[in-house]
Write a protein that binds this ligand. Structure first.
Ligand code: ADP
Length: 423
């Protein structure tokens, strides 16, 4: 039976039941000792109150048997009680007797495997009140020396099974997470397609109205705003679609300072009502970059909107442009021509907002990561921006201090000075 059972609970149960029946004992239990566990584990028991078996790993009975390299024999209550009567000064014996009385057992045996204690078994008196015979003691010792190996195997098997379960759970969580991401991505793309159609209608009718309206009509200005905002929306939708499948964008030499100024006109009103002071620190002779102005505008809007969100009570947003590496003061034309490709244009968006928690900083560029809740955030702004900047051969980086603010830095390769200054 022992050799055929790999199930730990069944093994302990069958062993307990068979031995109890054969020996006609009143109670029996098998306790398992785990190396790092502070308590023993009940393998199986018959007739005990479970609470009395909840022993700690440093119970005197366990310590008695658990001595490295020494395999002890069964403890028989009647025998040690007799020894104790003969030598009442033996404190160790008194402690063991007290423990056996507390448990209500007349026999305690160890379960060893290669000299290591892995469990104990307890037996109470026989129902007949007859005492156990020497043959029965020998039988128990033989059985439990074999049981040690079977219990250890079953325990290892159980551990492997638990690890397999854990692995399966983790894997399925990961799969679910990526499936969720994929389906949300698909949803975003299909919504983007849906929005594209009404936008085409808005743009078509706006340009129709514009063409019918005399230019001096004051409503022309409003219509132009509708048109440019609808165009911007269409660009956002296109970028969202871009995110799932890339198609070529139209890149040309552009002046970054100009694009930022242009972007700021769109959010000026919101800055005012949100009590946010925008400080512009634009480098004067910034080299141009080869870029899609609409896409960069969208990146700037994303970063500015995030900065606004990070300062709900108002604050300061500094937008700074510069050239990297800093130009040496004494620069002759030759050196300018020699290393034009290393030059980068840096655009910084520094806010005095709440900052980003160090636990989140790894995730902020992930699609759909947001701390703003589903109503307020989509978690797409930074991942789209990151993607756009990467496609321009640049980098989007962040530095942030909790409670002080964040600095989002865009680095874009500057266009070669040869011929590009005049673009
Ligand atoms: P969303 O704005 O929809 O949440 P984003 O991808 O733009 O999505 O941003 C992801 C997250 O990054 C935000 O939810 C926020 O936690 C954090 N974050 C982005 N910009 C800032 C900022 N300037 N200050 C503080 N946290 C920011």
């Amino acid at each position: 039976m022992m050799r055929n059972t790999i199930n730990l609970e069944k093994l302990c149960k069958d062993l307990t039941y068979t031995l109890m029946t054969k020996l006609t004992a009143k109670k029996m239990a098998i306790l398992l000792v785990e190396e790092e566990s502070p308590f023993v584990i009940i393998g199986a028991q018959e007739g005990f109150d479970e609470a009395t078996l909840a022993l700690s790993s440093n119970n005197p009975l366990i310590e008695y048997f658990n001595i490295q390299g020494i395999q002890k024999e069964l403890l028989v209550y009647n025998e040690i009680a007799k020894q104790s009567e003969e030598d009442p000064s033996d404190r160790d014996l008194t402690v063991l007797i007290r423990e056996m009385e507390k448990l209500g057992v007349s026999l305690v045996g160890p379960i060893y495997i290669k000299g290591r204690l892995i469990g104990l078994f307890f037996l109470d008196d026989k129902r007949s009140e007859d005492i156990y015979t020497e043959d029965e003691f020998s039988m128990l010792e033989i059985i439990f020396s074999q049981a040690g190996t079977s219990i250890e195997n079953a325990r290892l098997y159980k551990r492997v099974q638990e690890q397999m379960e854990e692995l399966k759970k983790n894997q399925s969580e990961q799969l679910m997470q990526s499936a969720k991401l994929a389906s949300v991505g698909e949803l975003a793309v299909s919504v983007a397609h849906e929005i594209n159609n009404p936008l085409t209608g808005i743009l078509g009718f706006t340009s129709l109205l514009l063409s019918e309206m005399p230019p001096e009509d004051p409503r022309t200005k409003d219509l132009k705003v509708i048109e440019s905002e609808a165009l911007r929306s269409r660009q956002i939708v296109r970028n969202l679609l871009d995110f799932s499948r890339s198609h070529g964008s139209k890149k040309e030499a552009i002046d970054i300072n100009g694009v930022i100024r242009n972007t700021l006109t769109l959010i000026q009103y919101q800055a005012k009502t949100s009590n946010i002071n925008i400080v512009e620190k634009f480098a004067k002779d910034l080299p141009p970059v080869q870029a899609d102005a609409d896409q960069l505008k969208q990146v700037f809007i994303n970063l500015i909107k995030n900065a606004f969100d990070a300062m709900p009570k108002g604050g300061m947003l500094t937008i700074e442009t510069s050239t990297l590496p800093e130009k040496p003061l004494m620069l002759n034309r030759t050196s300018l021509h020699e290393s034009p490709s290393e030059e980068m244009v840096m655009i910084q968006f520094k806010d005095s907002g709440m900052g980003i928690h160090p636990d989140n900083i790894q995730n902020i560029f992930d699609p759909f990561f947001t701390t703003k809740g589903r109503q307020m955030g989509t978690g797409l702004g930074l991942s789209i921006s990151y993607n756009i900047i990467e496609k321009h051969g640049g980098r989007l980086e962040v530095e942030s201090e909790l409670g002080k603010g964040s600095n989002f830095m865009i680095k874009l390769p500057a266009l070669s000075h040869q011929g590009s200054r005049n673009v």
